[in-house]
Design a protein around this ligand. Structure first.
Ligand code: NAD
Length: 487
């Protein structure tokens, strides 16, 4: 570390905010720590409401110019950002893994290509964003997507750059300007993104990055009168605070919150595939909002399914996420590890049985865990743990499966394992979930809407739905020449 730069995994990262095209320091800093070994990675600028307001002011000032920039030019710059991400993909992967502990090979193979794709996808989409004009009594109706203004985008630590760019790319494509607030546990790749956008020619102030603690600067951002959109991904508790703050100026908001999604395994399923789908839920040490952490299995196959799942879980290798043979990396923070352990201890104390795991390994790792003998109304079945902890319950028939699946305050996703397409259609129609996967998991296409129901969120982003959110939709009705009727 030296001055305002820190070197992480051999990559130089600026530790300051990025506001109006300039690096700005704060009087105070916070220490960013690696979940892999607890090493200090850098002293990051600790934003205050003053820097938050400066970032919104910069976004406001840059807005008219960016909104008036032709779509083709906006798309060109977005593609240049994607090229910059590709060029620095290895550096981004190394820094992200060091900062959040997710597998290096996932960042290399899956995540960083998807980050670049976020920009290319919305660049292409922007150029094809048209609604057909239509006529009423000779009057032409034209629908346009007008840029809305400065947006505040707040993101969590479990997939930092992926989730940030999933919001930044459509907002910039829409002609909006952005203040991005990354999670304080994973601030680094957002700083690198600022460099990449500057190199790609994004004008100053169009993207701003404010570092710091959400509790200290959240309200200054989400309650600011000049902010026109807020997109937040994080916990239900914080989402509620954001909604209250946004209400002051009726700022439209999109909330992508927590989940407690079910995996329904029917007796007609390929049990090998079902066990594979179940074990995938331990990916990223269970720190995935979409994870199907409640396994519901049909009684007649429960024993066989559990045997297959426990065998697979026992083979998972936990360790350094940079090691090619590791399946599961560390938990983000010792505080999160203690929280996970608390959930499991309380479940075990109230009658649950650990078929797999049920304990921590030191201060950084939680063993992949499968809890059986859990009651539907218990904390472990109803609350999001956000760790590698699955519960297993059985059902007698399809109606009971649907009842248990929907008996939650969440509605983010659901996964079905069944060999019967008719059953899949029937059950899917009854599930409350933003995404349902049938015999697969985590397959995402940016053309599809994404989001959750109930406490899992408000609104949908993705494809044209992103533009609907980040734009002010306008209808222009034009009378034919010489038209006299004002009725
Ligand atoms: P969190 O709510 O603690 O923090 C998320 C972000 O909000 C961070 O950047 C934080 O600094 C900021 N923040 C904190 N207080 C704030 C405030 N008062 N005002 C404004 N911003 C504030 O969540 P987390 O622990 O970082 O992330 C885990 C949660 O995120 C889980 O519940 C998970 O399910 C959810 N998540 C949801 C999705 C989805 O797409 N639905 C995706 C990933 C994670």
């Amino acid at each position: 570390m030296s001055g305002h730069t820190t070197t992480v995994a051999g990559v130089a990262v600026d530790t300051r905010h990025w506001i109006g095209g300039r690096r700005i320091a704060s009087a105070r800093t916070f220490t960013d720590v690696s979940p892999i070994d607890g090493a200090a990675l850098g002293e990051m600028a600790r934003g205050t409401p003053v820097e938050a307001a400066a970032a919104v002011a910069a976004a406001k000032e840059a807005f008219p110019g960016w909104a008036a920039t032709p779509r083709t030019e906006r798309a060109r710059i977005l593609r240049a950002i994607a090229d910059g991400v590709d060029k620095r993909a290895e550096e981004l992967s190394l820094v992200e893994t060091t900062d959040n502990g997710a597998l290096l090979r996932s960042h290399r193979r899956g995540v960083m290509p998807r980050v670049a794709h976020n920009f290319r996808f919305f660049a292409d989409r922007l150029l094809h964003l048209e609604h057909e004009d239509f006529e009423t009594r000779g009057h032409t109706h034209h629908v346009s997507w007008d840029p809305a203004g400065p947006c505040v985008l707040i993101t969590p630590w479990n997939a930092p750059l992926l989730l940030a760019t999933w919001k930044v790319a459509p907002a910039l494509a829409a002609g909006d300007t952005v203040v991005l607030k990354p999670a304080e546990w994973t601030p680094l790749t957002a700083s690198l993104l600022a460099d990449i956008t500057a190199e790609a020619g994004l004008p100053p102030g169009v993207l701003n990055v404010v570092q710091g603690h959400g509790a200290e600067i959240g309200d200054a951002l989400t309650g600011h009168p000049d902010v026109r959109r807020i997109s937040f991904t994080g916990s239900v508790r914080t989402g509620r605070q954001v909604a209250v703050s946004a209400a002051a100026h009726l700022t439209p908001l999109s909330l992508e919150l927590g989940g407690k999604s079910p995996l329904l395994v029917f007796a007609d399923a390929d049990l090998g595939l079902a066990a594979e789908l179940a074990v995938e839920q331990y990916d990223n040490a269970g720190q995935v909002c979409l994870a199907a952490t409640r396994i519901l299995v049909e009684e007649t196959v429960a024993e066989e399914f559990t045997r297959r799942l426990t065998e697979k879980a026992a083979r998972l290798r936990q360790g350094d996420p940079r090691d090619a043979t590791t399946d599961i990396g560390p938990t983000i923070h010792p505080r999160q590890l203690a929280r996970i352990d608390g959930f499991v201890r309380r479940a075990l104390a109230t009658g649950a049985r650990a078929a797999v795991g049920g304990h921590r390994h030191g201060d950084r790792y939680y063993a992949p865990t499968l809890l059986t003998d859990v009651a539907q109304d218990s904390e472990i079945v109803q609350e999001e743990v956000f760790g590698p902890v699955l519960t297993l319950q059985t059902f007698a028939d399809e109606p009971e499966a649907v009842r248990l699946a929907n008996d939650t305050r969440f509605g983010l996703a659901a996964t079905l394992a069944t060999g019967d397409p008719e059953r899949a259609r029937r059950v899917t129609a009854q599930l409350v979930a933003g995404t349902v996967w049938v015999n697969c998991f985590y397959v995402r296409d940016l053309r599809a809407p994404f989001g959750g129901s109930r406490h899992s969120g408000i609104g949908r982003e993705g494809g044209t739905w992103s533009f609907d959110f980040y734009c002010d939709l306008k209808t222009t009705v034009t009378a034919p020449k010489g038209w006299q009727d004002h009725g």
